[in-house]
Design a protein around this ligand. Structure first.
Ligand code: NAD
Length: 502
């Protein structure tokens, strides 16, 4: 059993089942209750980790450690000192790059190139970007007149919110978690992170990084467990948590919002989507096919910004469907490190059951299955994994559940349109409003359409191209608030106005 230790877990492949502890006040600790849960590999369903499940005792201890850190050395640090610690965190992640790649590949089963090109470098960047932001952002000042003629001076102080609860999903765990922890720490808060039960690895490993760079104990804490009646709920209900930042399903966001209403805690939510891709006949065809292929199928379709509804201008429709089908049928399933493979499984059997239920429903709702729709034949050593085929449908009515509900799998429905205005109406026919991707070479149309789609992020002739200084978040039921660049400061700090009579 895991004892207080300075190592998150043994990373060597021969280590067998990894023993993963909670990270509280700078130490890796088991649960007082002795409760543990298992994490299975999405590749072959083998048990790969045994994780200490935090109960009330661990959540109390983590929140207490985070509070104590605010009152200690961390709370007294200058912005410059914090900034240099965050730079050290980014550098240490880069130094241990391979450990993070391995840890995340083990949890998600996604290909190595997705980790090395995108998800892990973004984790390091998330610390640097917000260190730069906090170093360079001024606060406001107003001089005012007073009846006695001497005047007064107002200026704003930016102060941390306090202890921030960070609740994360499993689809890009390290990137999405650091996207919150980076700005929270840059602003001088302390955090208690609850990673997804499916992906406990990288958040835990970050504890080692924090210790290595000399981060004061209690600034960064990790508790493991599930949502309802487990660590997620205990954390979000904890009165010692001052604000909650959450990425995950819209339904979960609603539950967390209720918890946050006790004590008037602020929330920042990045939630689900049912994003539309719009392909106009005047697009660069190959670029559009590549772009929609990535947006529908990257990370096995498990990307909140991904495209599950594709609308293609009629003259291009058949050619586009055929081209996307060819690309979907060319994926090569396999292990993350297999050089002949480029496509991974879903996160779990539970999630696969959900995705397959939509594959079934699509047929019941009258879809023509262009490709996929089932489970691929896998070699014996991978046969127990959560594999599923990339799937394309046409022919569904706009009211079909498959067109309305977020599936979060490698699938899309493609429908033709005739007019620009019709395409905009179709794109907006959803309760969600996270992202869209628009493909056209007509400059005026690109700007016009981007402005009319009710989303937080509209990409033109691109997808998932992220400048971390820009606002990120969702409209409608896809989120509350914006994070990114200076926008993160809105959530992670309070502005305190000081009014001085002169
Ligand atoms: P989820 O909502 O099931 O779980 C997310 C986290 O919340 C997990 O850590 C879970 O344990 C915890 N949780 C669950 N119920 C809880 C409760 N009642 N109280 C407190 N915590 C609770 O989401 P998921 O399945 O892990 O992730 C996929 C979802 O996330 C999709 O809907 C996807 O669109 C969304 N997502 C959104 C963004 C974005 O930026 N908008 C990014 C990635 C994923």
């Amino acid at each position: 059993a895991l004892q207080n230790t300075s190592r998150a877990h043994d990373l060597s492949p021969s280590a067998g089942v990894r023993q993963i502890g909670n990270f509280i006040a700078g130490a890796f600790v088991p649960a007082a209750s002795g409760r543990r849960f298992e994490k299975r590999s999405p590749l072959d369903n083998r048990v790969i980790s045994s994780i200490a499940e935090a109960g009330h005792a661990e959540v109390d201890a983590a929140v207490g450690a985070a509070r104590a850190a605010l009152d200690g050395e961390w709370g007294r640090m200058s912005t410059e000192q914090r900034v240099s610690l965050l730079y050290a965190v980014a550098d240490e992640i880069t130094r241990r790059f391979e450990d993070f790649v391995e840890a995340e590949m083990a949890d998600t089963g996604q290909p190595r190139h997705v980790m090395t090109n995108a998800f892990i470098p973004r984790g390091a960047a998330n610390f640097k970007v917000f260190a730069d932001v906090i170093k360079n952002v001024p606060t406001e000042a107003f001089q005012m007149a007073t009846p006695d003629g001497t005047g007064a001076l107002n200026y704003a102080l930016r102060v941390p919110k306090g202890v921030v609860g960070v609740v994360c999903p499993w689809n890009a765990p390290f990137m999405l978690m650091t996207w919150k922890v980076g700005p929270a720490l840059a602003c001088g808060n302390t955090v208690v992170v609850k990673p997804s039960e499916e992906t406990p690895n990288t958040a835990t490993l970050l504890g080692e990084v924090m210790n290595a760079v000399g981060m004061p104990k209690g600034v960064y804490n990790v508790i493991h467990g599930f949502g309802p009646n487990s660590a997620g709920e205990f954390l979000t209900r904890h009165p010692g948590v001052n604000a909650i930042t959450f990425t995950g399903e819209t339904r979960t966001g609603a539950a967390i919002m209720k918890a946050a209403s006790e004590g008037m805690r602020d929330v920042s939510f990045e939630l689900g989507g049912k994003n539309a891709g719009l392909v106009f006949a005047d697009c660069d065809f190959d670029a559009a096919v590549d772009g929609i292929f990535r947006s529908s199928f990257l990370n096995s379709g498990q990307v909140c910004l991904g495209t599950e509804r594709v609308y293609v201008e009629r003259p291009l429709f058949e050619r586009f469907v055929a081209a996307l089908k060819a690309k979907a049928e060319a994926v090569r399933f396999g292990r993350p490190d297999d050089p002949s493979a480029n496509y991974g499984p879903l996160i779990s059997h539970e999630h696969r059951a959900k995705v397959l239920s939509y594959y079934k429903k699509a047929v019941e709702e009258g879809a023509t299955v262009v490709t996929g729709g089932g489970v691929p034949q896998m070699p014996q050593d991978l046969a127990e994994g959560a594999w599923v085929e990339p799937t394309i449908w046409i022919g569904l009515p706009d009211t079909a559940a498959v067109v309305k509900e977020e599936i979060f799998g490698p699938c899309c429905h493609i429908r033709p349109f005739d007019e620009e205005a019709e395409a905009v109406t179709l794109a907006n026919a959803t309760d969600y409003g996270l992202a869209t991707t628009i493909w056209t070479t007509n400059l005026a149309r690109a700007h016009r359409v981007a402005a009319r789609i009710d989303v937080g992020i509209a990409w033109v002739n691109s997808w998932f191209l992220r400048d971390l200084r820009t606002a990120f978040g969702g409209a409608r039921q896809s989120g509350i608030g914006r994070e990114g660049g200076v926008h993160s400061l809105e959530f992670y700090t309070e502005l305190r106005n000081v009014c001085v009579k002169l």
